[in-house]
Design a protein around this ligand. Structure first.
Ligand code: PMM
Length: 279
């Protein structure tokens, strides 16, 4: 499939299945650390109907410590090689230029940079020098401190829009063609629960930037808070899927390009419904 086909609209959002090769990701950390486990998890997600597999070796959850570059490389590269060899469309979830470069050489076609080029600006040149797509997410700080930066003077939607626009400018200045950029407002990254909901309501303003939209809501804390019990205890991570399914239905109606999810089957089932109803 030529690279350009990846952004062609379908009658539903694309489904990006998450393969976290990390010991400490908030929802599935440690379960797929071994290469073989990660590869078989990726195969399952493909069988469930994933259009893209997003492979990451750094947990970005609040409070997470960063892995060494060598460890991140050792986690993701063998998994990418094996899954790309199966013909899967691979995205690498990394903020590091070295990892992005190695991942592209191993067969990744999308660099999913949750920092939008802020954590390691050299990543932009690495992508520019390749044929890869660049997913730029709205981001303000690493996991250890990100929840200290939830101030949005002009409102979260307008501020995120402006900050994403400046990331697009940086990416195109570095040589990445505008046609290869997708944007993500970064739910949960320097956002309160209420700000996530505001962003979901305001997606048309982000889409106004003229680029396809990627959204990751799966299992996130704002869904746990929404479904908290009478004592205020958040709904456990593994019990948020039905709420997430409701979110992806809204995303389909909003016309987003792609949803980044853990449960590919539930998401594809939801899109079977939206496609049947609305075409
Ligand atoms: N969320 C996480 C990791 N990577 N990438 C993009 N583009 N958008 C997201 O919302 C996003 C991401 C954190 O979730 P995880 O720990 O379940 O992977």
């Amino acid at each position: 499939m030529p690279v350009t086909d990846l952004l062609t609209p379908l009658t539903r959002p694309r489904v990006m299945g998450i393969v976290n090769v990390t010991p400490d990701s908030f929802s599935d950390g440690g379960r797929y650390l071994a290469t073989d486990d990660a590869v078989s998890h990726g195969r399952e997600l493909l069988a469930d109907g994933a259009d893209i597999l997003d492979i990451g070796g750094e947990s970005t959850r609040p409070g997470a410590t960063r892995p060494l570059v060598a460890d991140e490389l050792a986690r993701v590269v063998p998994v990418i090689e094996e899954l790309a060899a199966l013909g899967a469309v691979i995205s690498v979830d990394t903020m590091r230029s070295e990892v992005a470069g190695a991942a592209i050489r191993a067969g990744a076609r999308i660099v999913n940079d949750v920092s939008g080029g802020l954590a390691d600006p050299r990543i932009l040149r690495v992508v520019a020098d390749s044929e890869a797509y660049y997913a730029a997410m709205h981001w303000r700080a690493h996991g250890a401190t990100m929840q200290q930066f939830t101030d949005y003077p002009a409102g979260v939607v307008e501020t995120v829009r402006a900050e994403l626009e400046s990331r697009v400018e940086a990416a195109t200045r570095a040589g990445i063609a505008l046609e290869r950029i997708v944007l993500d407002p970064g739910l949960g990254f320097s956002k309160t629960a209420e700000q996530n909901w505001e962003l979901l309501r305001g997606l048309d303003r982000i889409a106004d930037l003229g680029r396809p939209i990627l959204i990751g809501a799966s299992r996130k804390a704002f869904l746990g808070a929404l479904l908290a019990d009478a004592e205020g205890r958040p709904r456990p991570v593994g019990e948020r899927e039905s709420a997430h399914t409701a979110v992806v239905v809204e995303l389909a109606r909003a016309g987003v390009w792609c949803t980044r999810v853990h449960d590919v089957r539930a998401t594809r089932d939801a899109f079977a419904v939206t496609e049947r109803m609305y075409g």
